[in-house]
Design a protein around this ligand. Sequence first.
Ligand code: CP
Length: 295
Amino acid sequence: MKHLLDIKDLSKKDVLNICNVAKKIKTGKLNLNLKELSVCNIFNEPSTRTFMSFKVAQNKLGMQTYDLISQMSSLSKGESLFDTVEIMKTYGINNFVIRDKNDFFFKKLLKIPNINLVNAGSGCYQHPTQALLNILTLLEKFNFNLENKKILFIGDLKYSRVFKSDLDILKLFNAKFYCCCCKDFLFENENIENISNISDIISEIDICYAYRLQHERHETKFFNTEFNQNYGLNEQNIKKTKKSFVFMHPGPVNYGVEIEKNLKNNSKNLILKQVENGVYIRMAILAIINKKGEI
Ligand code: CP
């Protein structure tokens, strides 16, 4: 594996291998040193979790890390991503972690030889490292068995790149899919049953994935408690869930919209475990694409 660009490029075996490498790093069974390698982080959209967890991962691996923030670079003068990566490569940098608003920004970059690319979020299309850290969090929770789990997707599915990557990865695990969201955020898919009222299904659900309503990607105005009452998680509907039920959100959360604020410290909330696993998944990916991991 030379790049990580799209979950569709991975088999179930690949996903389990990546998770196993991440788990070994997390539990101290695998110590990696990539100090001879360098990496450039190019973020053309805002980020807290992805950017910082990649930085922490790179520092833990001993890599030489460089950050190119778009507003401070010649990208803001109209220089292309392709030319930017070529310039960084001339400085001896071969690893690139890139977030961009273009769904397929990585396609052109594949023409540049001898570089490793990681997609840190592309438009509304893919966020593969987020889907990997999400699945690791679930595999840990359910003893590495997700067969026949009932999964409910809520929030903005249409514009969410995390949702697209989550769906691709979860299809490998033979789960059953449901969604409950208003028509503005619906993502039509033959594998997903659309439920009009969360209360009709919540007691059967094992896992709920919630996605942020992204005001930066559309004009729809739904950022209020009415959305939460109809399509969100709240204390009322969470009372009806199974004992083993858990919920996740890639963050940042619009508290009071996708998830009611008083569920922040609920025992079924896995959000901080997702954040923690982000570092180990990103360490595993950087090691694997540099042929230092076990895949
Ligand atoms: N989950 C996620 O991508 O968060 P950031 O935008 O903060 O990186």
